[in-house]
Design a protein around this ligand. Structure first.
Ligand code: CUA
Length: 325
């Protein structure tokens, strides 16, 4: 009964480790090694803890007097030799795992697929690069990677430090103004996951997430091709309102006159799961709320409010944006 009482909370605790943003429910090779290391340490720690508690109970209940020689031996073996051996073994294991956890990146990317991600306040600019390094197209707050292929992320930031982290795929890496950090990750399981900013960067640091889609290679290629061809010119009325109210000063939509570069690129915006970098679900009503007064939803956001526009026009622009595929 006691064992059940001990194990039940542990099982409940571990059950909470699964999910789209859990480093303990890995979907990539690096994250698998991180999780293996964690569970190895957890198992070792639990066994040692149980042993120490056992000894403590033994000492508390059996009021036998031991000789000083036995006490001295216990201190030598249990207090010096055992921790030295165990810590040395665990450290060796961790060091041995390390090259897999963060594959060493030699300047040459060997023709690997490159995705450039820039941490903005407070969203993610995502650029897919061609083999030659030219920008094929840009998107925001969503990263797509093919399963079974190592991808290089070029990480940048224009003003403050952010940290790029996809827990299910691997460790985090800082995005530092004035330099480019490179991180390679490989997804092993297709699925939709969540990435976050892991470095305090301002008022909306906690509202700075992104969606990660790990796709089968053929689906990925199809998506790349579709994305290159997507255009926001289908809904002429919605587009006209978007342009009329100056949205295009900051936002771009491919195939239209909207070529702003300050804010997130909105091409195929309707495909994204959220508005405001993971803040609200991507539904017309939420987008309209965001357009009307973004600062109320995301403190510190650079986008101005548009409370002066008639509701009908805001709703029309929101419908246009969510319809972009
Ligand atoms: Cu960006 Cu925290």
């Amino acid at each position: 009964m006691k064992a059940v009482a001990t194990l039940l909370p542990l099982c409940l605790f571990l059950a909470a480790c699964s999910g789209i943003q859990s480093a303990l429910d890995p979907a990539g090779s690096e994250a698998t090694d991180v999780a293996t290391l964690f569970f190895t340490m957890l198992t070792g720690g639990t066994i040692i803890w149980a042993g120490v508690v056992g000894l403590l109970l033994y000492a508390a209940r059996k009021r036998r007097v031991h000789s000083e020689r036995i006490a001295g031996r216990l201190i030598l073996w249990g207090g010096a030799v055992f921790p030295t051996v165990v810590l040395f073994a665990l450290l060796s294991y961790a060091v041995w795992l390390m090259p897999n956890v963060r594959p060493w990146f030699q300047g040459d990317d060997g023709g690997m697929r490159r995705i450039e991600v820039t941490g903005e306040q407070f969203w993610w600019r995502v650029r897919y690069l061609d083999a030659g390094g030219a920008v094929a197209f840009e998107t925001a707050n969503e990263v797509r990677v093919p399963v079974g292929e190592r991808v290089v992320f070029s990480l940048k930031a224009p003003d403050v430090i952010h940290s790029f982290w996809i827990p299910v795929l691997g460790g985090k890496m800082d995005m530092i103004p004035g330099r480019e950090n490179r991180l390679t990750l490989q997804a092993e399981k297709p699925g939709t996951y969540r990435g976050v900013c892991a470095e305090f960067c301002g008022a909306s640091h906690a509202l700075m997430a992104f969606t990660v889609h790990a796709m089968q290679p053929q689906d990925y290629e199809a998506w790349l091709a579709a994305r290159r061809a997507s255009s926001g010119a289908q809904d002429a009325e919605g587009l006209a309102l978007f342009l009329k109210h100056g949205c295009s000063a900051c936002h771009a939509i491919s195939g239209t006159q909207a070529r702003g570069v300050i804010g997130p690129d909105l091409t195929a915006f309707g495909e994204r799961g959220s508005v405001g970098a993971g803040t609200l679900a991507n539904e017309v009503e939420h987008v309209a709320r965001f357009l009307r007064d973004p600062g109320r939803i995301k403190p510190g956001v650079q986008m101005p409010h548009f409370t002066m526009l008639p509701d009908a026009e805001i709703d029309r622009i929101a419908a246009y944006l969510t319809g972009l595929k």
